[in-house]
Design a protein around this ligand. Structure first.
Ligand code: AMP
Ligand code: MN
Ligand code: MN
Ligand code: MN
Length: 305
């Protein structure tokens, strides 16, 4: 039986997290075990542009008695901005998804080499090689790995400062990159039987009109939900994106975007629940219904907001 909307919102679902397969610091199984130990009952691993950690995470989630949602976070270029689209409940053996993600990853190494050259010109030599040492997956070198290297060198106090000084758009280590097209990312997720969720909409530097155009295009292309309660949103953004979800008739998601225990990341399973009357993206998923039933038996739900 499907849970009531109240029961669905009270489920500790965390549907956005990263492992060493992309730019997280823990192994996929460690992220899953940590989620379970933090009280998460419905958990998705969503590495950037890669599904290679999902089998391991799923096995660990099942061993911990936690419902698992196979996911991926796809890098997309839209309107001159990089945006992220989560694919949840994807069949990660789907050829179209695998091939699309491989194409999306393909430019990363060349971009990383260019970043290394740009950083050298800005007085930071050896950053490409340095970043590679931090990358668990050499096919997925990310700005985060550069940031960890630059912090380890003592040039900046933390990862955020590295982004501010070197890696954000307009800073000397930033190299523009063309990611997947929005329509393609949505098509791969659809081919894999998944659900598309627009990640952290509050992070994009888009004016109101452009943001509305993006969300409209996302919904018209088959997108089903937006993240409302997530690690990148401040409290007032929960309210703003709750209104936008209702306005567009979209469901809502909740995800920490956990990358590791340090660097000021939000802990797994700790964000507030989705506010009423939002419909959680997981409201009619059978694995969520099961998790709600098991949670009711064990008595562990989120405190209502
Ligand atoms: P990339 O896909 O290589 O462009 O790297 C993007 C990743 O960098 C994101 O997924 C975040 O994990 C991280 N990131 C982006 N902006 C910031 C920031 N201002 N502070 C810390 N991490 C950031
Ligand atoms: Mn990341
Ligand atoms: Mn993201
Ligand atoms: Mn993420």
């Amino acid at each position: 039986m499907m849970p009531s909307p109240d029961a669905a919102r009270a489920l500790n679902a965390d549907l956005h997290s990263h492992s060493r397969v992309s730019d997280g610091v823990l192994a996929p199984a460690e992220v899953a075990r940590r989620a379970a130990s933090q009280g998460v009952r419905l958990f998705a691993l969503t590495d950037h542009d890669e599904v290679a950690g999902l089998s391991e995470a799923r096995a660990a989630a099942f061993a911990a008695g936690m419902a698992f949602v196979p996911g991926v976070e796809i890098s997309v270029s839209w309107g001159g901005e990089t945006i992220h689209v989560l694919g949840l409940r994807v069949d990660f053996a789907c050829e179209a998804l695998i091939a699309g993600l491989a194409r999306t990853r393909a430019g990363r190494d060349a971009r990383a080499r260019e970043m290394g050259e740009a950083l050298a010109r800005a007085g930071v030599p050896g950053a490409y090689e340095g970043a590679l040492r931090y990358a668990g997956n050499p096919a997925l070198v990310s700005r985060t790995h550069f940031a960890r290297f630059i912090v380890a060198q003592g040039r900046c106090a933390d990862v955020r400062e590295v982004f501010r000084h070197y890696l954000s758009e307009g800073r000397p280590g930033f190299v523009p990159h063309r990611w997947a097209a929005l329509g393609d990312a949505l098509a791969w997720i659809r081919a894999a039987g998944g659900t598309a969720v627009l990640a952290h909409p509050g992070r994009y530097r888009l004016g109101d009109n452009a943001l509305h155009a993006l969300i409209g295009e996302f919904r018209d292309g088959g997108g089903e939900a937006i993240e409302v309660v997530c690690g990148s949103h401040a409290r007032q953004q929960y309210r703003r994106f709750a209104e936008i979800a209702l306005e567009f008739g979209l469901r809502a998601s909740r995800g920490s975007d956990f990358h590791g225990p340090d660097e000021g990341h939000v802990e797994l399973g700790r964000l507030p629940p989705l506010p009423a009357p939002l419909v959680p993206v997981w409201a009619d998923w059978p694995e969520a219904a099961q998790a709600v039933a098991r949670t009711a038996a064990g008595g562990r739900t989120l405190a209502s907001a």
